[in-house]
Ligand binder design. Structure first.
Ligand code: COA
Length: 161
């Protein structure tokens, strides 16, 4: 059993993220889903909301915990004793960006590697931005976010329009 970290902004978590979480947890045995604190962007969902939505969505998946982190990902992984960071790759442009980050992270923490999991084709067009846009314009988010959080995400986004 090893410990991996799945980092991201999760604003909000989507079914695409859930697919990566389920696969990574079953491969590693223990997975920390880590929500980035000091992102340059202004998230729609607060940190507390994103943590709670992730906890609700992942409560049935063995070995998964959810927490926030700040600073360098590679240092955070070292602190937690994680052997790998996992990232979902949806298309070629993701891969280009992710390999650059993976190499830099390994330079900072040579004890850590990055595992790329290819996104299932059904989830390739999905992003948190797509979910936010559809939700704010009153669209149905069924099948885009996990069922366990559908009502909460839908309500918050509709209220913002
Ligand atoms: N399914 C659906 N959507 C996915 C997805 C998947 N499998 N994988 C990624 N996405 C989407 C996200 O929803 C997000 O969408 P949005 O832009 O519409 O909101 C987008 O892809 C970006 O992904 P995300 O993982 O949230 O952010 P990021 O690419 O900015 O990376 C970190 C986040 C945490 C990995 C990175 O910023 C980091 O490591 N920060 C720490 C500081 C650090 O160490 N920097 C040095 C790195 S060398």
């Amino acid at each position: 059993m090893s410990l991996w970290i799945y980092p991201g902004s999760f604003d909000p978590v989507t079914v695409g993220h859930m697919n990566i979480i389920e696969r990574a947890a079953s491969l590693s045995g223990r997975l920390i889903v880590a929500v980035l604190r000091n992102t340059g962007r202004s998230p729609i969902f607060t940190m507390e909301e994103r943590l709670e939505l992730l906890r609700l969505a992942t409560s049935g998946i063995p070995g998964v915990t959810v927490e926030s982190f700040g600073g360098l990902l590679a240092e955070y992984a070292r602190l937690r004793g994680a052997s790998a960071v996992v990232r979902g790759v949806r298309r070629a442009s993701d891969y280009e960006y992710e390999t650059q980050m993976a190499l830099m992270n390994r330079r900072i923490n040579p004890g850590m590697d990055t595992i790329f999991l290819p996104a299932e084709p059904a989830y390739a067009p999905l992003s948190s931005t797509v979910v936010r846009d559809v939700g704010m314009l009153g669209g149905d988010l069924t099948g885009l976010v996990p069922d366990a959080i559908l009502d909460r995400v839908q309500k918050k986004l509709r209220a913002m329009n």
